[in-house]
Structure formats: structure tokens, C-alpha cells
Design a protein around this ligand. Sequence first.
Ligand code: HOZ
Length: 434
Amino acid sequence: MVIELLMKKFDRSKKLYKKAIAVIPGGVNSPVRAFSAVGGNPLFIESARGSKIHDVDGNSYIDYVLSWGPMILGHAHPRIVRALRNAIEKGTSYGAPTALETKLAELLIRAYPSMDKVRMVNSGTEATMSAIRLARGFTGRDKIIKFEGCYHGHSDGLLVKAGSGAATFGVPDSAGVPAAYARDTITLPYNDVPTIKATIEREWRSIAAVIVEPVAGNMGCVLPKKSFLSTLRKITKKYGVLLIFDEVMTGFRVSFGGAQAYYGINPDITCLGKVIGGGLPVGAYGGKNEVMSVVSPEGPVYQAGTLSGNPLAMTAGIETIKELSKPNTYKKIGEKSSMLKEGLVDAAKRAGIATKFYMAGSMFCTYFTGRHVIDYRTAKASDTEKFSRFFSGMLQRGINLAPSQFESGFLSLAHTSKDIEDTIKSSYDVFKSL
Ligand code: HOZ
């Protein structure tokens, strides 16, 4: 078989994995990195530059994982590397305010006019967890609504019918989450306008917030129906429920102003992460003054962090956003994205494989199904066995995709036309072999 002829060697990754599983659960520090859903061992990475990632066995791949989204400029971008080198000389953490924090906050607020103020945290999980506490503190209500297959990090109340690794490994309702916490989380189908309307009309007195991924990137890539986000905005406003956009994935990705600019909807609270840290650990949440003024020390909602606003992370974030602010950046990445989209759709068609492809800005997913994917139920209908074979075939040909059907792929500004042509060509060969 062709695949056997291509066989890459993963001996050193295998050896390192064996050592890792002795001291780290599953050998990985985040479950999504495991290859259990697609078979085999995770790749151990040596380095990455531009659009390429290199493993410890000397294999190189065109990378569409991009550290799960942050590396929109490509890996080891010279501007970021230079800025970090300078910053590191000045110390790595102070636990005290810096001008860098204010600078990044200003850049975020300028790009997201729905926010007057923003608080820096260390991850997307912290951002969404804090946003929920803020919504509860602000409204005096306890319940929240989330959508099936959406993933908002791993805090207790949000690990209910969750996407990402929770969906991949079949634990959408994680063990260890007290039933009492989960009871305050109402889960509804994504894109189901009548159900969300009826639920809020019935239960608004106890509902603090609706949290949503405006493009759902943790069950593949599911686009919002036109009426879904606008209904959410209208109905939450009417009943004093806060609308939280989890833009950890979509922020600076779907467009410079995120999904809120792309779809023209202003949420009450925005959560950011990934791109705004340029590859360093960062999250942020923000909103209008009225809401943010209840955050400690201005108000009674407590939230804190030793490394929050870390100078290295702020530096990488500032430089990333400045680079993204250059003229035509999103036009360029948009052109690359269209090329990839057209090529992958055409390759599947020519190979006679039923797929559905979805893309928002530079995030995307191919599902192995002939039916439209609009929510978690339809995403789960994708043929995951076919996906696994597609994943392995692509990996053998030097294309790194996320090792799960229920994750989004990402493109960077560093991907060249040649990268994309090679990806399309490989995809045709693999589709054909399915
Ligand atoms: N949102 C990312 C995956 N969908 C998180 C990556 C992780 O869980 O490690």
C-alpha cells in the first residue's frame, strides 16, 4: 500500500512517550494532545518555525494545529522572538503593575468596542470561569446557559455536555464535578432558536448568563445560524441576562474584531485567550464599565492571579496584535483560507468522499458526513473512523492536523501557497485511499 511506502519513523517520540506516561497522566499535559482517538502515540516536538513543526524523529509537518490556535503569525515569528528576548532581560515576573498590561488592555479595547475595561488572566479557562462569576455577582442570579458541544475550558460548572477533549474522549460530563454545580448549568442545542427563547422566557429570573462560542470551534467548526446570535442578543437584553461571548478561539481569528465584529453583535462580556498571548499563557475577560466595576478591588467579585499580566505574555500579545494591525493582514489570511477551502472541498469531491467543510475566518473543519452540521448531534454523526484514517494519511504525508474530529484546524499568515497546494494534493490522495 502507498501508506506503507510512506511510513515515517516515530521511534524517538515513542521512547519519550513511554517515559512520559510513567510520570504524567496519559503522558500528556492536556488530554487533546493524546492520539487515543486516532491511534498511535503523540508526536514529541523539537521545534517549530513559520508554518512548520518538527518532531524529535526529524519529521517535518505543515502545521494546522498551531498550538490549538494562538500562532496566527506562524511559529517563532521574528518580531515576537526579538521582543521576548529584550523583555526577558528585564525579569520574568514582578507581581506588580506594568505599562505593558495597560498597553495590551488598550489594544484589546480598541479592537473590541463592547469592552471598556479588561482584566488579564492566564488562560481561556480562567477567563470564562471568571466571566461566569462576574455575571453571577452582577445579576445576583445563579444559573447559566451553555450549548451542547461548546467547550469553555475545564472549570466545574462548564464541563457539562462539553466539547473538545471532553467530547473526543466521551466524558462530556466529567467525573469530579459536584451534581450541585452541574444543576446550575442548563445545556441547550446550539443554533436552536425556539428552545433558547422558550428557556429564557420561562426561567430568566434565575439565569445570570448565556455563554456561547459565537463560532463553535470545539466540536469541529460549527457556524452560527444568522438568527441564532441575534436572537441571543435580543432575548438576553430583554430579560437582564448577560451575554458572554467566549472568543478565546475566535478572537483576532475570525476577524480582527473577532466574531462580534464579523456578525455585528455586541456581547456584555467577552472572553479572550490564545492569539492575544502570541503563544504565551494568557486569557482576558472584559465588558462595559458598569459590569466590570463589580470586579475586585473596585467591587465585590473576587478574582486574582500571581502571574496575571505577566510581562513576557503581555509583550508577546502586544507585538502579535500590532503585527495583525498592519494593512491587509486579514485580506491575506482570507485569501489563503479560501484557497484551502476550495482545494479541500474539490479534492473530496473528485475522490468521491462525502464531506462537509466549514470555515470561519482562518478556522475550519472537514466532517465525514453528507449532512449539514449545525450542532453537537449532527457533528457527532460524522464518521470518526474515516476521520482517523484521514488524519493518519495526512500525518504520513507531512500534514499535522488536530488528532480529533471535534477540533478546529487553523491557518497562519506564514502558510505559503506551496504549503496549501501540498496539503490539497495530499488530501486528494488520502481521500482517494479511504
Ligand atoms: N481549546 C483547545 C482545544 N479545543 C484547548 C486545548 C487543550 O485543551 O489543550
